[in-house]
Design a protein around this ligand. Structure first.
Ligand SMILES: Nc1ncnc2c1ncn2[C@@H]1O[C@H](COP(=O)(O)OP(=O)(O)OP(=O)(O)O)[C@@H](O)[C@H]1O
Ligand SMILES: [Mg+2]
Length: 210
């Protein structure tokens, strides 16, 4: 039975879609059967899938994608769970009934967050919601700047709020945006780049926590 994981956070622009795409590529290239669900009305992940089809060819993108009404998430997941090792849900930046449905339907929730005060403020309520649903959410710090004192301060505050934080972090790198715009992941370009290593570490840490 496939594992369902969600990248969720009410904070916009925290890296949900970037992580969804890059982890999907990582696992697909590692030989797993992977599906993605774009649950965000902005449809950024759907755009990425379309660009990926243009780049690699309609049948050769290595990842299945589904768009369905989130109100029917449980029935829809039931239909496809057997076909995949992993189903990745890219959540909308909100705390709505849809988001709650996504959290409930997921085996595990990962919460991308930038280490900034504003991001922290928007992330804490979402963590509360995920914890209430007994999902034991794990934060993945994204766009981390090297040697920024702010990052350490944010980590302390998150820990104080009882959050679990992944050891793996993603740093701020243009390659994440560049590859996304052409339907690719950083792993597609090279598996030895710094960005690729960060995604490999994050992917492995996610697997260890499922
Ligand atoms: N580590 C990174 N380094 C550089 N740019 C990044 C990184 N992570 C994300 N970005 C860029 O930041 C922007 C927001 O990222 P992304 O779309 O993944 O966030 P999101 O949480 O899905 O946003 P939304 O809430 O709007 O759906 C995008 O332009 C993306 O390319
Ligand atoms: Mg998004």
């Amino acid at each position: 039975m496939g594992k369902v994981i969600a990248f969720s956070n009410q904070k916009g622009g925290s890296g949900k879609t970037t992580l969804s795409a890059n982890i999907a590529v990582l696992w697909s290239n590692s030989g797993y059967k992977v599906a993605v669900i774009d649950a965000d009305a902005q449809k950024s992940l759907t755009y990425w899938i379309e660009e990926r089809k243009k780049y690699y060819g309609e049948e050769d993108i290595g990842i299945s994608s589904y768009n369905f009404d989130i109100r029917n998430i449980n029935e829809e997941l039931k239909k496809i769970k057997r076909k995949y090792d992993f189903i990745i849900i890219d959540s909308p930046p909100s705390i709505t009934y849809d988001t709650l449905q996504i959290v409930r339907a997921s085996n595990k929730v990962f919460v991308p967050a930038q280490p900034s005060p504003l991001d922290l403020m928007a992330t804490l309520p979402f963590l509360e919601l995920a914890k209430k649903e007994r999902k034991n959410p794990i934060i993945i710090l994204n766009r981390v700047m090297a040697r920024a004192k702010l990052t350490d301060a944010m980590i302390l505050r998150l820990r104080y709020a009882g959050a679990r934080i992944a050891r793996s972090r993603l740093s701020s790198k243009v390659i994440f945006a560049e590859t996304f715009s052409v339907g690719r992941g950083v792993i597609d370009i090279s598996v030895t780049s710094d960005a690729a290593k960060e995604i490999i570490n994050a992917g492995n840490e996610i697997l260890r926590n499922l």
